[in-house]
Design a protein around this ligand. Structure first.
Ligand code: PEP
Ligand code: MG
Length: 876
């Protein structure tokens, strides 16, 4: 027979999956001998069964509930529904992972017309008894019977008004009796049902409601937003009530053993006298700081602080504790590892090590890598945020904050920034041509696009605040306005973006500086000691490369050379190259680009100072470089000395129906070998120059979009030829390697053939995901949100690697590649390279490094360390 119900003295903290976090911790605290009101927990398996049976509480579960209830009645000497000695209980949810406030709770259960009298007599406090009854009907009516909460509040409010009082506790027994009568009428009117008299029926209905709340929309979206998957359901905790509403010697509160905002090791909390839990949440009365309790009742305060210390030592982490004081006696209702800001997380983890409570490795596991984002970028001040109007929400593509005047074109952004203005670039979507404007802007907001859209990738690379896919807004670049709801925002109006949450505010929100405290540096050094994966960066500009080095990057894993071609001075020559009819014409244009490209590489090599630099050859479809505006077309036609019509025809010829699968990647270098020749020359001449000046440079050349070893062979041939020539010309030896991206499924499947020639692999998981799942990187935003909401994919596969599908191809490629080259260097450079869960996977399949945008480097360092620590723990 499955055991569905556990008394608190039968569980322990390791049983979270079955008893939920709250149940497991109540059991643990019971065994520690702390003052815990007695009770029992109905398991998450019972919740699972409830759903499997079509939302019916199983008979066996009810039988076991009755059995445990009887035990509870025996130890308390009270009985549920008994006129003389009524037992009152709370019924509270609690899943394995804490989901604060998402599911339902019912307090004071077990009251009816008769038991309330018994409670009044036993406590010698009729006012308290009727206050509890009033609270119970209100909560039960709302949570279990579905009656609108406001209807009850209105009655209470009118009664207070009539009596000329401000607070609930100022109402008398008589007032409360009248309120209760009104409440019952409301319930009958709204539900056609009497408020249940039978107390076991009340309990059954409450259990039903808690199970049911597991799948309320709020809880579902909380789980989705926090990537909580694979849980069975919620547990239900039934616990003897203790009362904070028994008078001025009673109360309820919440405390943290350390400050959850700063991490400071100082007891922190709030307390409300003569109240029950929901009063704190409802915000009707402002709680006092916990120091007030120290004044009112020093011995209870002292006991609470001691229990806090004990729990912190026991759980080896900062605790968030709920407590109630009933007539001067302290009870603990809950403890859990407290939620905290990134700053607090880092400080607490480091302090716990210094205090000898945990090891460095345990400390590394205590900080969510993703949360480090908060520490690396300038932030919107949270107080200032609350004072401004939130107008829209999009995908938080790149964290940080941006405050500035709205502009609708990259040129305008650039011009205004030149004049010292702060601007936010707002567009339907961005294109590579916008790069300078994006650079100049404080932040970018687009109506369309997903997490790997152009705007998102580029902004993350720049460490620039960016919100994409903000479908709440409608942008008209032509009219220079965007619409959101019934607001019309014009060019020049100020908005503020929160890139960590995707929130868009109207007006200027204040900014606060990030603080890279000493604790942060210390924690990162511990991470570096244990991780196996190297962490490189995706960088194409000296600025990004320098930033990434500051964050600890150990080389460049991906330099997308095409981004170097968009600068004002270069784009013309690039266009000339593309539009040239002959090889000679192309070579002439490429000759103009060569010195600039060479210079790019010199700068990058110098900044990386001997660390590896992987240069990826030209990748995007050529039409991305082409002029679109009439005035640009005319200018180029003039420059090239051809007619506008001829130029337009050429542009038309280059049009592709499916450019992502078209003339791009190594296909460019194969059909126009002079492009790869120029790029090779730029790399080797740059290397030669630096080597001669005594620097150590080992370029890694990476060929994109290879699917067939012959493509690679062709391109490697060009690289080797040019290398030979340059070495001879310059009379210098250059060590280099040539490898490929694995981003076409065929490349993964034939990795053994490719590895015979390629010296390293780098998984381009953006394209590999696109081609494996068959989802366009640029258009999938339209349906992927729904896919994730429906659970077809747990997470957006462009953000977090689809381990089952794309990951399998990676495993095949690793295996096949290593069969041919045992110690082959393998990395990942798609956007996933900065995602903690993907990084763990990369560690597991034995990659050498991950490469990610500069601002994700610290996140990747910590995630790589966590992967190594977890593996160690697993092998123990
Ligand atoms: C990739 O496809 O994962 C990759 C890194 O290349 P890009 O995003 O430039 O196509
Ligand atoms: Mg790619």
């Amino acid at each position: 027979m499955t055991k569905f119900v556990y008394s608190f003295n039968e569980g322990k903290k390791e049983m979270k999956a079955l008893l939920g976090g709250k149940g497991a911790n109540l059991a643990e605290m019971t065994s520690l001998g702390l003052p815990i009101p007695r009770g029992f927990t109905i398991t998450t398996e019972a919740c699972d069964l409830f759903y499997k049976k079509g939302k019916i509480i199983d008979e066996e579960v009810l039988r076991q509930v009755k059995e445990k209830l009887k035990e509870l009645e025996d130890v308390t000497g009270k009985k549920l529904g008994d006129k003389k000695k009524p037992l009152l209980v709370s019924v509270r949810s609690g899943a394995a992972v804490s989901m604060p406030g998402m599911m339902d709770t019912i307090l004071n259960l077990g009251l009816n017309e008769e038991t309330v009298e018994g409670l009044a007599k036993n406590t010698n406090n009729p006012r308290f008894a009727y206050d509890s009854y009033r609270r119970f009907i209100q909560m039960f009516g709302d949570v279990v019977m579905g009656v609108d909460h406001d209807l009850f509040e209105e009655v209470l409010h009118l009664r207070k008004e009539k009596k000329g009082v401000r607070y609930d506790y100022e109402l008398t027994e008589e007032d409360l009796k009248e309120v209760i009568n009104e409440y019952k009428k409301i319930i009958l009117r709204e539900t056609d049902k009497e408020f249940p008299f039978d107390c076991f029926e009340q309990l059954k209905m409450a259990i039903y409601a808690v199970f049911n709340s597991w799948n309320n929309p709020r809880a579902i979206s909380y789980r989705r937003m926090n990537n909580i998957f694979g849980l069975l359901g919620t547990a239900v905790n039934v616990q003897e009530m203790v009362f904070g509403n028994m008078g001025d010697d009673s109360g309820t509160g919440v405390c943290f053993t350390r400050n959850p905002s700063t991490g400071q090791n100082k007891f922190y909390g709030e307390f409300l006298m003569n109240a029950q839990g929901e009063d704190v949440v409802a915000g009707i009365r402002t709680p006092d700081s916990i120091e007030k309790l120290a004044e009112k009742n020093p011995s209870v305060y002292k006991q609470l602080v001691e229990i806090g210390k004990k729990l912190e030592k026991h759980y080896k982490d900062m605790q968030d504790i709920e407590f109630t004081v009933e007539k001067g006696k302290l009870f603990i209702l809950q403890t859990r590892n407290g939620k905290r800001t990134a700053m607090a997380a880092v400080k607490i983890a480091v302090d716990l090590v210094k205090e000898g409570l945990i090891t460095k490795e345990e400390a590394l596991l205590k900080v969510d890598p993703e949360s480090l984002n908060q520490l690396l970028h300038k932030q919107l001040d949270s107080k200032s945020k609350r004072e401004k109007k939130l107008i829209a929400k999009g995908l938080p593509a790149s964290p940080g904050a941006a405050v500035g005047k709205v502009v609708f074109s990259a040129e305008k952004a650039f011009d205004m920034a030149q004049q010292g203005e702060k601007v936010v670039l707002v567009r339907t979507e961005t294109s590579p041509e916008d790069i300078e404007g994006m650079h100049a802007a404080q932040g970018i907001l687009t109506a369309r696009g997903g997490m790997t859209s152009h705007a998102a990738v580029v902004a993350r690379g720049m460490g620039k605040c960016c919100i994409v896919g903000c479908s709440d807004i409608k942008v008209s670049e032509r009219e220079k306005v965007f619409e959101v709801g019934d607001l019309l925002i014009k060019e020049g109006e100020i908005i503020s973006l929160d890139g960590s949450t995707g929130e868009v505010f109207l007006g200027e929100v204040n900014l606060v500086e990030p603080e890279l405290s000493g604790d942060f540096g210390l924690l990162m050094s511990w991470a570096d000691e244990v991780r196996k994966l190297k962490v490189r960066t995706n960088a194409d500009t000296p600025k990004d490369a320098a930033q990434a080095r500051k964050f600890g990057a150990e080389g460049i894993g991906l330099c997308r050379t095409e981004h170097m071609f968009f600068e004002e001075t270069r784009i013309k020559a690039v266009r000339e190259m593309i539009l040239a009819e002959t090889k000679e014409g192309r070579e002439k244009a490429l000759a103009k680009i060569l010195p600039m490209q060479k210079n790019d590489f010199i700068e990058l090599f110098e900044i990386m100072d001997g660390l590896p630099v992987t240069i990826r050859y030209l990748d995007p479809p050529l039409h991305e470089f082409l002029p679109k505006e009439e005035k640009d077309i005319q200018e180029i036609a003039k420059e090239m000395d051809v007619s506008v019509d001829v130029l337009k025809k050429k542009i038309n010829d280059l049009h592709e129906f499916n450019p992502m699968l078209g003339h791009r990647g190594c296909r460019l270098g194969i059909t126009y070998p002079e492009i790869s020749e120029m790029q090779s020359r730029a790399v080797f001449e740059a290397a030669a120059e630096l080597i001669k000046s005594g620097k150590k440079i080992i370029p890694e050349i990476m060929i994109p979009l290879v699917g067939n070893v012959k493509e690679f062979e062709h391109q490697k041939g060009i690289v080797d030829d040019v290398a030979k020539k340059v070495m001879k010309e310059q009379n210098v030896e250059i060590e280099y390697s040539v490898g490929t991206m694995i981003e076409v499924p065929r490349a993964a499947l034939t990795a053994d053939e490719i590895a015979k020639l390629a010296e390293f692999f780098s998984f381009g998981t953006n394209d590999l995901t696109q081609m494996t799942c068959g989802f366009s990187r640029d258009d999938a935003g339209k349906f992927l949100n729904q896919y994730v909401a429906m659970g077809i994919y747990e997470r957006d596969p462009f953000q977090s690697l689809d381990k089952v599908g794309v990951g399998s191809l990676m495993k095949i490629a690793v295996e096949k590649g290593k069969k041919v080259r045992e110690n082959m260097k393998m990395g990942i450079c798609g956007e996933h390279g900065g995602d903690p869960s993907t990084i763990e996977f990369c560690h597991q399949i034995g990659l050498t490094y991950v490469s990610c945008s500069p601002y994700r480097v610290p996140i990747a360092r910590l995630a790589a360390a966590q992967a190594a620590v977890k593996e160690k723990l697993l092998n123990k």
